[in-house]
Design a protein around this ligand. Structure first.
Ligand SMILES: Cc1cc2nc3c(=O)[nH]c(=O)nc-3n(C[C@H](O)[C@H](O)[C@H](O)COP(=O)(O)O)c2cc1C
Length: 387
C-alpha cells in the first residue's frame, strides 16, 4: 500500500468576529497531526478573505483567490470545520467552493461540524449536495459538536477527549481510504455533459449549452503524482508513428524496383499511410474518449505491429498498401490517445515537461525515419523491413 502522506486541507469555515471555530479547528488539527499519515494545510477563511463577487469568464483571477487555488489543487482530501448558521452552512464556504471547480474533483471531503441543538448537521447535509455537483465525495462519518460551547472546557480542550478522538479517527480513516482510492492514476469520472459554463475561456449561449449537453464525455482525474513509464512508452510509439511518415518517402524508388511497380503507383505507399491518419484522427479521438486509454494504446501498438508484419511479408505491392492503411489507422489511434495518456499519467504541474518530451521524440522520429531508410542495406525495401 502507498505510504506517501496524504495532503489534507483543513478549512476553517467561520469568519465571524468572536467565532468559536478556531477552538474546534485547533483540536481537530492536533488529532490529524497525531496520525502521521497526513500532511496538513490549514486554510482559515477569515485570513483568505475571498471576494464574494465572482468575476466574469475570461477575466483575471483576484489575488486572494489565486493565493488559495494552488492549496486546494495540491490537496488530496479536505475537512471542512463548519458551524451551522440558520439551518445551513456559512456563506464564506460557498464562496470558496464556487471560486473553484477541478480542485474539488474526485477528492473526499470530511466534516467537523458544530452548532446548537443540531450540532451543525444540517450544514453538513446541505454541503453534501453541493459537493456532489463538483464530483467530490463526502465521507459518511462526521464529527459533530452539539451545543459546542459546552463540549469544551475553559482550557479549550474537549470535556470528553476520548469520545471526540474516536469520532475524529473514524472520520479520518474513511477520508484517507477514499483519498487513496480516488488518487489512483488514470481514473475517469464519467459524466453526461460538458461543464462548459465552468470553463473560463468559453462563454456559450443557452442553445449551445443544450446542444453540448447531448455529448457524452468524461472528466479525467488529474493524478497528483506522475508516473513516467506511460509517457516513455508513448514517446517510443510516437517515434514509430512519425518515422513511418518519412521512411517511406525515401524508399519509394526501391519499392518500385523490388516489387516491379511504376514510380507513379508507388506514391500509394505514402497515401495509404497518410489517409487513415487524417481521416480517422477525429473518430479515433472520440472513440478513445469513452474508452480505457491504456487499452486503446495497447490495441494501437498491436495494430502497428501486425500491420508492419504484413507490410514486411507482403508478396505483392497492393498487400503493402493494405498494410500501410492499417499502419495509418493504428497511428491515428496512437495520436488520439496522446493527450489522454499525458493527462491521466502526469501531474498537472509536470504536463509541460511531458508534452515537450513527446514532441522532441516526434521531431527526432521524422528525421530518423529518413536516415534509417537511406542507410538501410536494402534501400528499396526499407519501408518493408523497418517496422
Ligand atoms: C447567524 C447565526 C445563525 C445561527 N443559526 C443556527 C442554527 O440554525 N442552528 C444551530 O444549531 N445553531 C445556529 N447558530 C449557532 C452557531 O452554530 C454557533 O453560534 C456557533 O458557535 C457559530 O460558529 P462560530 O462561532 O465559529 O461563528 C447560529 C449562529 C449564528 C451567528
Amino acid at each position: 500500500m502507498d505510504s506517501t502522506p496524504l495532503r489534507l486541507a483543513v478549512v476553517i469555515a467561520s469568519t465571524r468576529e468572536g467565532r468559536f471555530g478556531p477552538t474546534i479547528g485547533d483540536w481537530f488539527v492536533e488529532q490529524a497531526r497525531g496520525r502521521g499519515d497526513l500532511e496538513l494545510d490549514v486554510l482559515d477563511l477569515a485570513d483568505a478573505a475571498l471576494p464574494d463577487r465572482l468575476t466574469g469568464y475570461g477575466t483575471p483571477t483576484p489575488n486572494a483567490v489565486a493565493a488559495v487555488t494552488p492549496r486546494l489543487a495540491a490537496a488530496d482530501a479536505f475537512v471542512l470545520v463548519t458551524p451551522e448558521y440558520n439551518h445551513s452552512y456559512p456563506a464564506p464556504v460557498k464562496t470558496l467552493i464556487d471560486w473553484h471547480f477541478t480542485e474539488w474533483q474526485a477528492k473526499p471531503v470530511g466534516f467537523v461540524s458544530y452548532g446548537g441543538m443540531s450540532g451543525g448537521l444540517r450544514a453538513v447535509e446541505h454541503l453534501r449536495g453541493v459537493l456532489a455537483e463538483l464530483h467530490a465525495v463526502t465521507v459518511r462519518d462526521t464529527v459533530s459538536f452539539h451545543g459546542a460551547w459546552d463540549r469544551f472546557g475553559p482550557d479549550a480542550r474537549p470535556v470528553d477527549p476520548d469520545g471526540c478522538a474516536a469520532a475524529a479517527k473514524s472520520m479520518l480513516d474513511q477520508l484517507a481510504w477514499w483519498a487513496r482510492a480516488c488518487a489512483r492514476p488514470g481514473r475517469r469520472i464519467p459524466t453526461s455533459r460538458l461543464d462548459l459554463y465552468r470553463t473560463s475561456a468559453l462563454s456559450v449561449g443557452a442553445t449551445n449549452r443544450r446542444k453540448v449537453g447531448m455529448i457524452m464525455t468524461s472528466e479525467v482525474v488529474s493524478p497528483r503524482r506522475t508516473s513516467w513509464a506511460p509517457v516513455v512508452a508513448l514517446g517510443l510509439a510516437m517515434l514509430v508513428v512519425t518515422s513511418e511518415m518519412t521512411i517511406a518517402a525515401v524508399t519509394l524508388p526501391g519499392i518500385g524496383a523490388d516489387l516491379a511497380v511504376a514510380p507513379s503507383v508507388t506514391a500509394w505507399v505514402l497515401l495509404a499511410y497518410a489517409l487513415p491518419m487524417a481521416a480517422l484522427a477525429i473518430p479515433a479521438g472520440r472513440w478513445s474518449d469513452g474508452a480505457d486509454v491504456r487499452a486503446a494504446f495497447a490495441l494501437a501498438m498491436i495494430g502497428v505491429g501486425a500491420a508492419s508484419v504484413l507490410v514486411g511479408m507482403a508478396p505483392t505491392f497492393w498487400v503493402v498498401v493494405v498494410g500501410r492503411l492499417l499502419q495509418g489507422a493504428a497511428g491515428a489511434l496512437i495520436v488520439a490517445v496522446y493527450m489522454p495518456i499525458i493527462t491521466t499519467s502526469v501531474a498537472r504541474e509536470q504536463r509541460g515537461r511531458a508534452i515537450g518530451f513527446v514532441i522532441t521524440i516526434m521531431t527526432v522520429g521524422s528525421m530518423a525515419g529518413a536516415r534509417w531508410a537511406v542507410s538501410s542495406p536494402r534501400r528499396g525495401v526499407g519501408v518493408r523491413c523497418s517496422w
